[in-house]
Design a protein around this ligand. Structure first.
Ligand code: KE4
Length: 425
């Protein structure tokens, strides 16, 4: 028995599925997850000594790669002065200033410890500010596991094929409307029928939780227009896209300004950090300056703030552009492999976030994504893993590069994935 198998045996006795987050259980690809021992740069090693080039990067946070020296130095320096206070620190101010300088539509923000907390709080604020109850989300978008969002969500729920999670009361689910992504007619229908009771429209500006699905050119502007027409607030869930698809996120890339934004992943650099923020007149309604309650023991945790600050400080526009160029090279390489082997395939990227589907036509919605050859993806995933490339263990996730994925790593990845595709056919 491998050390991974032995540890997973113990884990399954402790945690549902042996994991602390469902998608890690390999339910979307079959087989057993490996247990990781350590990571460095673009690589991870499992407890049996096998090495992998990592394109999951903890599901997005590690834009500098594993154990980035600047992050470790910042953590070491911070931890020696204490790990948590529950008292204001300058570190949270400095990270807040860094974020608001790069995303100037975020006039005020609040740090929390997970993306779920961020989206849940942003929705509560939108409901309070508008006095309305309904929220519109889009099929395939995943906004964390708060009740309001587990209605035909993407990511783990889509992978597990659970359209609505048990335990979400119908009274709550009925307040959440869903429409297909990129479907302007469906959007207009929701606006017509429910516009007067719509508190918020929440969207992944680029979907990363149904596989990678970019917005059609006019989709995000249409959301802005419907929000303005109906009085709903527009929330960009940038937990995944923030500081990934452009140095200033979706607003810089697409030129559309939301009323509220949620962030996570990269802004913690691998430590638990997320945030919600946006218009000052809205954020001032959050306790203690306003009546909308939200709180958190470890919100603004100094270690987490230090990890995020070191990460964003290192992530200059030049570095962002370099990682984006390498991501483009990887996507080109994947397209060439599939074309040479005559495999129906579509791949795309935005900044340092990418995805692909075994399907010839472009994927514009979750329904399209589900038409792709998921069985081939499963075989490809395992063939890649055997060759030392760790892709997200689900056809409905995105991939990520880091500053540590150099030309040599990309070349090695393309070579290994070419062999893997040959083995998977
Ligand atoms: P967390 O609560 O997992 O920190 O964030 C929820 C969330 C919110 N919004 C977006 C756009 C997200 O991508 C996420 C979390 N993403 C998944 C990966 N698809 C996290 C991985 C997991 O669930 O283990």
């Amino acid at each position: 028995m491998t050390r991974s198998a032995e540890i997973m045996q113990r884990a399954r006795a402790l945690f549902p599925g042996g994991v602390n987050s469902p998608v890690r259980a390999f339910g979307g690809v079959g087989g057993e997850p490996f247990v990781v021992e350590r990571g460095e740069g673009a690589r991870i090693w499992d407890v049996d000594g096998r090495e992998y080039l990592d394109y999951v990067l903890s599901w997005g946070p590690l834009v500098l790669g594993h154990a980035a020296p600047v992050v470790l130095d910042a953590l070491r320096d911070t931890m020696e002065r204490g790990t948590s206070f529950g008292i204001p620190t300058e570190l949270e101010v400095r990270l807040g200033e860094c974020i608001t300088q790069r995303m100037q539509h975020i006039e005020m923000l609040r740090f929390v410890s997970s993306g779920t907390e961020a989206t849940m709080s942003a929705l509560r604020l939108a409901r309070a500010a508008t006095g309305r109850s309904r929220v519109l989300k889009f099929d395939g978008c995943y906004h964390g596991h708060a009740d309001a969002f587990l209605v035909r969500a993407g990511s783990g729920v889509a992978t597990l094929g659970l359209p609505n999670s048990p335990g979400v009361p119908d009274a709550v689910a009925s307040l959440t409307l869903t429409a297909p992504y990129n479907d302007l007619a469906a959007l207009a229908a929701v606006a017509t029928r429910h516009g007067n009771d719509l508190a918020a429209i929440i969207v992944e500006p680029v979907i990363g939780n149904a596989g990678f699905i970019p917005p059609d050119l006019g989709f995000l502007p249409a959301l802005r227009q419907v929000a303005d027409q109906t009085g709903a607030l527009l929330i960009f869930d940038e937990v995944m896209t923030g500081f990934r698809i452009a140095p200033g996120g979706a607003t810089e890339r697409f030129g559309v300004t939301p009323d509220l934004v949620t962030l996570g992943k990269v802004i913690g650099g691998g430590l638990p950090v997320a945030a919600y923020g946006g218009r000052r007149d809205l954020m001032e309604q959050v306790a203690p300056t306003g009546p909308v309650y939200q709180a958190g023991t470890l919100s603004g945790n100094p270690l987490a703030m230090a990890g995020g600050l070191a990460t964003l400080t290192a992530l200059t526009p030049e570095l962002h552009a370099r990682i984006e160029r390498r991501t483009a090279s990887l996507v080109m390489g994947l397209r060439e492999i599939a074309a040479r082997r005559g495999v129906p395939f579509t791949a795309d990227h935005a900044g340092s976030m990418f995805g692909f589907f075994f399907r010839a036509e472009p994927v514009r919605s979750f329904a399209d994504a589900k038409q792709a050859d998921v069985e081939l993806f499963k075989r490809f995933f395992h063939a890649a893993l055997e060759r030392g490339v760790y892709l997200a263990p689900s056809a409905f996730e995105a991939g990520f590069l880091s500053a540590a994925h150099g030309d040599a790593e990309i070349a090695a990845t393309i070579e290994r994935l070419d062999e893997a595709l040959g083995a998977a056919l």
